[in-house]
Design a protein around this ligand. Structure first.
Ligand code: FES
Length: 302
């Protein structure tokens, strides 16, 4: 259990109220993604599609940076009353809000696959960020409404402080709880051929098996027709056991994680559907002279 500010905020009875909020948002987000045709949106918002890296932390940088530019320009305006700054500030705020919309949607999409205190902290962070986004929309409306700019500026400055504190909690999601961190980030993956305790002839078609290499790294081995494929057995998203998943997709050549339904190609290890955004380490396989299987890492950098 991480000893972080965020965890202390939501731990035990203190965070119980957040469970009800989490249930409500979980029903909304989960319900939406159960609708047919929404998987492509989900993959885009996780970052599995196109970016191939978590999208949420990438866009939140733009949001916090944009709001900071707005705060700096607002402060200059308060001291100099330079009307030429107003237009630039309004545009900076509008662009920041467009990024904020993506950040909110990607954040709730990632959050929906979390548990326990991590989930509580996530909904706390997400709710505060959603409210600040609404506050900034009000600030923008006041600015372009033609009235005095001061109320909009003071509102935005207060919101900037809340955003800074809330962004810190978002950082704790990653650095305290490891949300979205590749579960193989610290794995040592043997790069030399290694015999494993599986007789090739005993492998049943499309029945994955988990084996442990000498250094403890676990590999999922599966026969697909005449080919024997091997990738990491631990899901890169949050550590789910891929060998307990089901083979899916065209010709059933992809493995679906039993925890949050990420899908990986068993031949390439590529993350095909999120929430996982990182690929699985993949292995070359061969049958030794004694009929036993041998594997060797094919993943670059390991
Ligand atoms: S652990 Fe979340 S999808 Fe595998």
């Amino acid at each position: 259990m991480p000893e972080t500010v965020g965890d202390r905020l939501v731990r035990g009875d203190k965070g119980k109220g957040l469970d009800a909020l989490g249930k409500l948002f979980g029903a909304i987000v989960g319900g939406f993604y159960r609708l047919p045709g929404t998987r492509v949106i989900k993959d885009l918002l996780h970052g599995t599609a196109l970016l191939r890296h978590p999208l949420h932390p990438a866009v939140t940088d733009a949001v916090v940076g944009g709001y900071t530019v707005v705060a700096a320009l607002d402060l200059v305006y308060l001291f100099q009353r330079d009307a030429t700054l107003s237009k630039a500030t309004d545009i900076a705020l509008l662009v920041s809000l467009l990024f904020a919309l993506v950040a909110v949607l990607s954040g709730y999409t990632d959050w929906n696959d979390t548990y326990g205190n991590e989930r509580r902290l996530g909904i706390f962070h997400g709710t505060l960020m959603s409210l600040t986004t609404i506050g900034y929309v009000v600030s923008l409306a006041l600015r372009v409404g033609g009235g005095p700019r001061e109320p909009a500026i003071y509102l935005a400055l207060v919101l900037w402080v809340i955003v800074a504190a809330t962004a810190h909690l978002g950082g704790e999601m990653v650095f305290g709880f490891g949300t979205g961190v590749n579960r193989h980030a610290w794995s040592a993956i043997p790069s030399k051929w290694q015999k494993i305790a599986i007789e090739a002839a005993t492998l049943q078609d499309r029945k994955p098996v988990r084996v442990e290499l000498k250094n403890g790294f676990t590999v999922m081995v599966v026969r697909v027709d005449t080919e024997i494929a091997a990738i990491g057995a631990v899901c890169t998203h949050a550590g789910g056991p891929l060998d307990e998943g089901e083979l899916v997709g065209r010709d059933r050549r992809d493995i679906k994680c039993p925890w949050h339904a990420s899908v990986f190609s068993v031949r390439t290890g590529r993350a095909l559907h999120g929430p996982a955004t990182m690929d699985e380490p993949r292995f070359e396989t061969r049958v030794g002279p004694d009929g036993m299987l041998e594997v060797r890492s094919l993943s670059p950098g390991h």
